[in-house]
Design a protein around this ligand. Structure first.
Ligand code: ZN
Length: 547
């Protein structure tokens, strides 16, 4: 029996050998297509090892073997493999990969191999985000005599009808977060300086230009999109706040009032152990092909849905490209509302499985189209919920309850996207690296608090920018806004002609990232980039949900 570390070493060594063997193949035009396929498959096999480490960090954080494997892979094997990969990339360019796959050729040209300095910065960045993960995965607190995880707190803030309890939990969460805020400030300053150095190394004036320069895909640039979102959806936002205050019987909403379920629907209970069978039923009813994906994940034992102490908050769907299988690592406690989260992750899985089902697709077909990936996840969330209502004969007023709650989550995201992206544009466009005090101050200037009473809580409010994505993926969330707006438009089409909409959805899901977002959205029946009309159409769906 080999140890897990020996097993990793053997697999990584085999990959190294296969890389070296492919480097030895002096390709010409006739052998290039098969050479290119082999290269793509090597990249997928490297991704398998990478994803195993990431899933390990989510499933068994702090476990010695898991950490040793992660360290061994990221600090030893990955740099070695990346070096060999960059030689293959050079070879691909020299032998004229353009004739085999023009889209990949363009991608390669737009992202030159990392210089030794950039590789160093990438390494440093991974090290810092790992530190971030280590800090937040330790977050927990005691309430009375019970130790609560952040997932427990999250559940209480959503479920507790006792306002005093919510206030206590909210303050306890914020006390934990504030205690680590100075450490996270230091960490963010380091991340910021690494990102600034990356921009310099890549020859861009700043990190926003470096990361965000290609985004020509919104109304008229990111800032205009953000302004329009805020403009089009302000009424929905105000109406949700007013409704919430009225139902809770409070004159002013406080931060601990924002997430609690308003009037608990009672007639239908969905315990955690029914999540997978229910998802199977819902997806099967939409299309047998979707249901099959749930069955496949089940067969591979790929559902890890319950929270555990130390398990990081949040939900992920990890897809092994080489094998075409997905693993879901989540933190659900049961109930219809959280079931939406499972539909979201299963949506990612269905999309990934569709890409994997096309043998013509290459490594690059899975990558770097967040707005498209999230679009499918939200489509499955929304149409999955509607299908769930039908299958379980959920009463009308309960449907409205869940849809209102869904609309609230969407508006929460829109606000978050607007605030965070505007903050990030500011942070990364500054000539001098801003201090975290300056970031606090700028965040307070940008945040919209209308409808919520934050008085006396400014110290907490100003740290609102310390969210996972700010540390881990700059500008990540604009993709979410685009995805949600597109998914709402899809719901509109689905309600007009379900079969036609699903057929378009299925064929669009077969397209890989190298096809480009615009064409993928077009195949799904979504006009993109959005004009103001599309935002307004998406708003009519939301307004319909609010009754
Ligand atoms: Zn997602």
């Amino acid at each position: 029996m080999s140890t897990p570390l020996e097993d990793l070493d053997a697999r990584a060594q085999a990959l190294m050998d296969d890389h070296r063997a492919l480097i030895e193949v002096t390709g010409d035009q006739s052998t290039l297509p098969s050479w290119f396929k082999t290269w793509s498959h090597l990249k997928m096999r490297v991704q398998t090892l990478w994803i195993e480490q990431i899933v390990g960090q989510y499933q068994r954080p702090g476990d010695q073997t898991t950490d040793a494997l992660h360290k061994r892979f990221t600090q030893y094997w990955l740099p070695e493999l990346e070096q060999l990969d960059s030689r293959l990339r050079e070879q691909a360019v020299q032998t004229g990969v353009e004739s085999v796959n023009p889209a990949v050729s363009r991608l390669i040209a737009s992202a030159p191999p990392p210089s030794p300095r950039m590789a160093e910065l990438n390494q440093e960045f991974s090290r810092l985000t790992k530190q971030y993960q280590d800090v937040v995965s330790q977050h927990h607190f005691e309430l009375g005599r019970t130790v609560l995880t952040m997932a427990d707190a999250d559940r209480l803030l959503r479920e507790s009808q006792d306002r005093n309890e919510r206030e206590a939990v909210w303050h306890a969460v914020k006390a934990v977060e504030l205690a680590s805020a100075p450490g996270l400030d230091d960490l963010f300053e380091k991340i910021l300086s690494v990102r600034r150095a990356m921009a310099v190394e890549a020859g861009h004036p700043n990190y926003a230009a470096y990361i965000w320069q290609d985004r020509q895909d919104t109304i008229a640039g990111t800032e205009e999109l953000l302004r329009t979102i805020s403009d089009v959806y302000r009424d929905v936002d105000t109406s949700l706040h007013n409704h919430r205050a009225k139902v809770l019987g409070v004159t002013a909403l406080r931060p601990w009032d924002l997430r609690v379920a308003l009037v608990e629907p009672k007639s239908f209970d969905l315990p955690l152990d029914q999540y997978v069978p229910t998802a199977l039923k819902v997806l099967n009813s939409l299309d047998a092909q979707f249901g099959e994906v749930v069955r496949q994940i089940q067969r591979h034992d790929g559902f890890d849905l319950a929270p555990r102490p130390g398990k990081p908050n949040g939900n992920i769907c990890a897809h092994f490209m080489a094998e075409g299988r997905s693993v879901l690592v989540c933190n659900f406690t049961g109930g219809v509302n959280l079931f939406r989260g499972l539909l979201h992750e299963v949506g990612h899985a269905v999309h990934n499985h569709s890409i994997s089902s096309n043998p013509e697709h290459v490594f690059w077909d899975f990558m770097n189209f967040w707005e498209v990936q999230e679009f499918y996840a939200f489509v499955f969330t929304y149409i999955g919920l509607l299908e769930f209502f039908e299958l379980h004969d959920i009463a009308e007023e309960e449907r409205t309850w869940y849809l209102r709650s869904t609309a609230e989550r969407i508006m929460e995201r829109f606000r978050d996207v607007e605030e965070r992206t505007r903050l990030e544009l500011w942070v990364y466009q500054q000539e001098q690296q801003p201090t975290t005090e300056e970031i606090d101050a700028q965040y307070l200037r940008l945040i919209r608090t209308s409808g919520v009473d934050w008085s006396g809580l400014e110290d907490i409010l100003k740290k609102g920018w310390q969210k996972p994505h700010t540390f881990r993926f700059a500008f990540y969330n604009v993709d979410f806004a685009i995805a949600m707006i597109a998914a709402l438009q899809f719901v509109h089409a689905f309600e007009q002609d379900r079969d036609a909409a699903l057929e378009r959805l299925k064929s669009s899901m077969l397209l890989g990232a190298t096809t480009g977002s615009k064409q993928i959205f077009a195949a799904a029946g979504i006009e993109y980039p959005f004009q103001k009309d599309q935002l307004a159409l998406a708003r009519t769906v939301l307004a319909g949900w609010l009754g």
